[in-house]
Design a protein around this ligand. Structure first.
Ligand SMILES: Cc1cc2nc3c(=O)[nH]c(=O)nc-3n(C[C@H](O)[C@H](O)[C@H](O)COP(=O)(O)O)c2cc1C
Length: 355
């Protein structure tokens, strides 16, 4: 049981948040637009609509031929930019801020609508390495040809999951189709900034509020794998310090260290202060809420060979997490309880849920 509780606690501590998502769509007769409206009612995303440069082109039911001509031109020379119909200037040209991209496109003659093909052809390089998903709207034809077009046009992305097919007979049901599809997607995730670490000495645990720098990011990554135990020694009447056993990135500056400060010295040593000292250090964080005399007791000031464990797991918080997590309460992705959850991604009963 304790292992399960610890696992839930660790999950809440290391829970990650979905990175930014862009929805890109083309819609000639409005179906894809409605799909995008249903989609963005369920997820947080920026939206961009692609338009053909030539607005006079008509693809009405009695004149689908122009769609065929566009597709035939692409088929004849798929690697030639000139084969693709020109699209209007694209509003969002820098995709670097997005880790997830959802493409919503109509099917034309069992292929991807030519206008969307142009977009993917032009932005394929920027989509490399990103997590990409596909929604295809057709009247009734199956979508394997559109999926093949997407894979040809964006060969270097990570597909988040199977494409979602919405056709004329289930278009009115699109919201629930999307709701069932979203949890199956492998969205790229971004680690939330971890701002707490815990120091345990002789069975006593104290929280440390971490500063945000490369050293703490690297330290948190290390502690996510396993706690680190070090042997520290009192020194100079103001600190306990010793080797971490690994190096962290430094951003040294002259620091007047104060009681409670947790500091990186020379890239690979940790110093925890119960007094003051001025030196060129990289700040890691500060022990929360202990007076100088409490710090001296906690840190065993003056002693040698002090066993100190650094971890992300505050064992004293486990029972709270358990009782709430099992009662179906919603948590934000950084572990805060949410009274009235609205649209977004939450943790409920230890699982990620999308509202
Ligand atoms: C040029 C063209 C070709 C199409 N070809 C097919 C087809 O082969 N099979 C099919 O089921 N639907 C076909 N359709 C219908 C569209 O895929 C369908 O209506 C879709 O929902 C349109 O999305 P939109 O309203 O966002 O443009 C075609 C539509 C156009 C304009």
């Amino acid at each position: 049981m304790k292992r399960i509780i610890t696992a839930i606690c660790m999950m809440l501590l290391t829970m990650s948040i979905s990175a930014k998502t862009l929805v890109v769509y083309y819609s000639y007769t409005g179906n894809c637009q409605q799909i995008v409206e249903s989609l963005t009612a369920q997820i947080e995303a920026d939206v961009m609509r692609i338009e053909p440069e030539d607005k006079t082109q008509k693809y009405e039911a009695d004149n689908y031929a122009i769609g065929t001509a566009l597709l035939n031109a692409i088929k004849a020379a798929p690697d030639d930019a000139a084969s693709y119909p020109t699209i209007d200037p694209v509003a969002i040209t820098d995709l670097s801020q997005y880790e997830n991209i959802i493409i919503v496109t109509p099917l034309w003659w069992s292929q991807m609508a030519a206008i969307m093909q142009t977009y993917l052809f032009n932005y394929s390089a920027q989509m490399a390495g990103k997590h990409v998903a596909l929604i295809v709207s057709s009247h009734s034809s199956g979508i394997s040809g559109v999926v093949a077009d997407a894979e040809r046009l964006v060969p270097d992305c990570t597909w988040m999951g199977d494409a979602l097919w919405i056709n004329a007979s289930n278009h009115s049901n699109r919201a629930s189709l999307i709701q069932d599809w979203l949890p199956m997607l492998n969205f790229a995730e971004e680690q939330t900034t971890m701002d707490k670490m815990y120091i345990t000495i002789d069975g006593q645990t104290q929280a440390v509020t971490l500063v945000d720098n490369q050293a703490t990011k690297t330290l948190v990554e290390k502690l996510q794998q396993a706690p680190v135990t070090v042997t520290l020694n009192s020194s100079g009447g103001f600190e306990i310090w010793g080797a971490l056993g690994f190096s962290l990135p430094t951003s040294n500056e002259q620091i007047n260290a104060q009681p409670g400060d947790v500091i990186l010295y020379n890239g690979s040593n940790i110093c925890i202060f119960y007094g003051t000292n001025s030196w060129s250090y990289t700040r890691l964080g500060k022990i929360d809420g202990l007076s100088e005399s409490e710090l001296r007791t906690f840190l065993k000031a003056g002693e040698s060979n002090i066993t100190v464990t650094l971890s992300l797991n505050n064992t004293t918080g486990i029972s709270n997490v358990r009782s709430n997590a099992e009662s179906g309460v919603y948590y934000s992705l950084n572990g805060q309880q949410v009274e009235n959850p609205t649209k977004g991604i939450y943790i409920k009963n230890g699982k990620k849920v999308i509202l």
